[in-house]
Design a protein around this ligand. Structure first.
Ligand code: EPU
Length: 429
């Protein structure tokens, strides 16, 4: 079993370089299936979710080559297999993007339901509704979704709720159909725009990504391309909060400041000083407690749910009472008990957490319940007095490349250590 061991209380100073976006990469890699030639992808984050995705592509018959540490070439022309088995699909949530990509390419996909995860109920009804509207039929048996179509055609789809995953799957499924598809009430996250830009660089005709109406005119052929994935908004946000919480002066490099505005504006409201440059942000932490704050998670451009646990960690040490309302997931407060073990004063009632600021956190043995819950514990550990040992760090490594090394380079005392005993069962997000 591996753990992160953090000796808290060190200020952070220096530069930290942000990797490519996880949630863009896990959509763009399956999309490479659609190209009639090799795709070269740059700025690919080397995280566990990407490794699993690449393994699925290779096992299906794609030729996958690492050109350097963050550049991959995928030639999917020889893929014949249209099945993603349970053992792989359960490892990460985004395995469902193989449904849309395989359906478009082969008029058939057989993909296990994405694995259970720790954020409450996460149905895929909106994904299936899109496939059906485009002319496909589906069945679910023994946990496997099988989707087939004789012919797919353009249509108009209104999402009953705003969903990142179904918006992406609908774009993947509609990109080569006959005619025009219009997606209404679409999600607007930066990685949706990134997928649209990637597909357009292959010859697709997608307009309006980043607004709530996306129009996709089906094309006959998509070619190979060379494309750089956007920087990870949530990795950047996590280090911004870490720098604010631990104090010090940190420059976060390789970012798109516009994508970070929902995060920067909240930090500034609490009293963190942020200097914005073209592709970097400088975070200057304070020695005094930050102001309390209320926040509510919302789809982009609202405050991202994937930053909610990290802000909770920061607010545990703020001045007064803060209220967090989680409006995307049913159960995204599974880090609260762990923060309480470190001295935080938090109570939860349904989708609302009330945080009373305390003077200090103290190091403790804790467990990461999911990826961003783990990020919250890292932040708490960096400002706690004493040693924090974080278990189940495979959750964290699904989404953060070289986390300990990046934090050490700016002055944190954090190491990854092997201990006897197995990791808990790996489940997907
Ligand atoms: N939903 C439905 N039906 C559907 C799809 C979604 O009811 O068919 C609900 C979900 O249960 C949830 C809400 O709609 O309550 C939003 O779900 P969405 O589809 O937007 O989320 P997702 O595609 O499952 C992606 C990210 C998550 C991120 C959310 C929201 C990936 C692989 N995952 O999930 O990332 O929290 O969008 O921005 O892109 C993370 O990185 O830590 C993470 C959990």
């Amino acid at each position: 079993m591996e753990k992160f061991i953090i000796n808290g209380g060190h200020k952070l100073n220096g530069d930290i370089y942000i990797s490519g976006a996880k949630n863009a990469a896990v959509a763009i890699l399956p999309a490479a299936i659609l190209a009639d030639g090799p795709c070269i992808l740059e700025n690919v984050p080397m995280i566990n979710d990407v490794s699993v995705c690449l393994k699925i592509l290779s096992e299906m018959g794609a030729d996958v080559k690492m050109l350097n540490k963050s550049t991959i070439q995928i030639d999917a022309r020889h893929i014949r297999d249209t099945v993603v088995p349970y053992e792989k699909a359960r490892l990460f949530r985004a395995s469902y993007y193989f449904m849309g990509a395989l359906l478009t390419k082969f008029n058939h996909a057989k993909v296990s339901m994405p694995g259970g995860c720790a954020l409450g109920d996460r149905p895929i009804d909106q994904h299936l509704k899109c496939f059906k509207a485009l002319g496909a039929n589906y069945s679910i048996e023994s946990g496997i979704v099988e989707i087939t179509a004789d012919r797919l055609y353009g249509t108009q789809i209104y999402f009953d709720k705003i969903t990142v995953g179904a918006t992406i799957n609908a774009m993947l499924a509609a990109v080569k159909v006959d005619g025009l598809t219009i997606l209404e009430n679409a999600a607007k996250e930066p990685h949706i725009v990134d997928l649209a830009n990637f597909l357009n660089s292959m010859g697709a005709e997608i307009m309006g990504a980043g607004t709530d109406v996306i129009k996709i005119r089906g094309v006959k052929k998509l070619t190979g391309t060379q494309y750089a994935i956007i920087p990870d908004q949530i990795e950047a946000g996590t280090y911004m909060v870490a720098a604010a919480a631990a104090g010090g002066d940190v420059t976060i490099r390789n970012v798109i400041p516009k994508h970070l505005e929902p995060i920067s504006s909240k930090l500034e409201k609490m009293g963190v000083i942020i200097e914005e440059h073209d592709d970097s942000l400088r975070i200057i932490g304070s020695n005094r407690p930050y102001e309390r704050m209320n926040l509510k998670t919302m789809p982009h451009p609202g405050f991202p749910t994937d930053m909610q646990p990290q802000f909770a960690a920061l607010l545990t040490l703020s001045n007064g009472t803060s209220i967090i309302t989680e409006s995307i997931y049913e159960d995204r407060f599974r880090y609260v008990d762990e923060l309480r073990r470190m001295g935080a004063d938090i109570s939860v009632d349904g989708k609302v957490a009330v945080i009373e600021g305390v003077d200090k956190l103290t190091g403790a043995p804790v467990k990461a319940a999911d990826l961003r819950a783990g990020a919250a514990l890292i932040i708490a550990g960096l400002c706690a007095k004493g040693v924090t040992e974080i278990e189940d760090i495979f959750h964290i490594e699904r989404g953060y490349e070289d986390l300990a090394a990046k934090l050490r380079a700016i002055g944190a005392d954090i190491v990854k250590r092997e201990f006897p005993g197995p990791d808990a069962m790996r489940i997907a997000m």
